[in-house]
Write a protein that binds this ligand. Structure first.
Ligand SMILES: Nc1ncnc2c1ncn2[C@@H]1O[C@H](COP(=O)(O)OP(=O)(O)OP(=O)(O)O)[C@@H](O)[C@H]1O
Length: 238
């Protein structure tokens, strides 16, 4: 099992963002994590990345803990927001090459395999034509695709994407959806968080409804019922 979360409780001083959360992600599947604002989606990503500690329970990623899984390049991650300085002169291809850093030595010498991975990731996200443009000059959708391309270049067997469709145009949304389908076909396990219900049926094999606890988990047609969605989105977190 690529990801196994067992009775996880985690959060911040004075805030229990996740309570007794258990879930599993099967190999080569796309799972959508759905929940209202503040339901704990980003915190779950942080916990899977080893950035928020568990106060109870545990996480196993390919049989090891989160920190070790990252060090072994088993996990790639597309954050919800990436803080970038628009005046900092970094190009699209340089951003994507950063995805190769885990494969490089201390001196970060690029090898043909690194350049091939970058070229392919730029093609998959349709950014080849603007690869030399500064990242600060891109639209929100193009910038999101650049961060998806960086994660693709990493070629890790698990990819986490926090709100990949938030604030992107229709073209970028379709491209990212295609990338997720391709990843699954190539054996990668994918977890995305979203609060957009549209498209989840065709995109996800499994859906997890989160509201600090797991309210429901399973195939979209089982989980996405009016009653369960009202529970997840209709009630304020108490
Ligand atoms: N760094 C932090 N320090 C303290 N509390 C936090 C921090 N980050 C999140 N929280 C709190 O933890 C809870 C879960 O937040 P989280 O960001 O995980 O939710 P989310 O489902 O990702 O929300 P959104 O859809 O708005 O991104 C919220 O009550 C939030 O206020």
């Amino acid at each position: 099992m690529p990801v196994l979360v067992e009775s996880l409780t985690a959060g911040y001083p004075g805030v229990t963002a996740l309570e007794d959360v258990s879930l599993g992600l099967a190999p080569a599947t796309v799972t959508a994590l759905l929940g209202a604002n503040g339901s704990g989606k980003s915190t779950l990503f942080s916990a899977l990345l080893g950035m928020v500690p568990a106060s109870k329970g545990r996480i196993r990623i390919f049989g090891t803990d989160s920190a070790r899984a990252r060090r072994r390049n088993l996990v790639s991650y597309v954050p919800q927001h990436e803080v970038i300085d628009p005046t900092f002169p970094v190009t699209v291809e340089q951003v994507v090459m950063m995805g190769r850093y885990p494969h490089m030595g201390f001196l970060r010498l690029t090898r043909p395999a690194d350049r091939d991975a970058v070229d392919h990731s730029l093609e998959q996200t349709r950014l080849s034509d603007i690869r030399r443009r500064s990242i600060g000059e891109l639209s929100g959708g193009q910038r999101k695709r650049a961060f998806v391309a960086r994660a693709l270049a990493q070629r890790a067997p698990l990819m986490l994407l926090d709100e990949p469709f938030a604030g992107v145009d229709r073209t970028s949304e379709q491209l990212i959806t295609q990338v997720l389908h391709d990843l699954k076909s190539s054996g990668t396990t994918v977890l995305i968080s979203t609060h957009h219900l549209e498209g989840v049926h065709s995109l996800a094999d499994e859906v997890i409804l989160l509201h600090r606890k797991v309210l429901a988990a399973g195939p979209p047609k089982v989980v996405l019922t009016d009653e369960k969605l009202a529970q997840a989105f209709g009630e304020a977190l108490s």
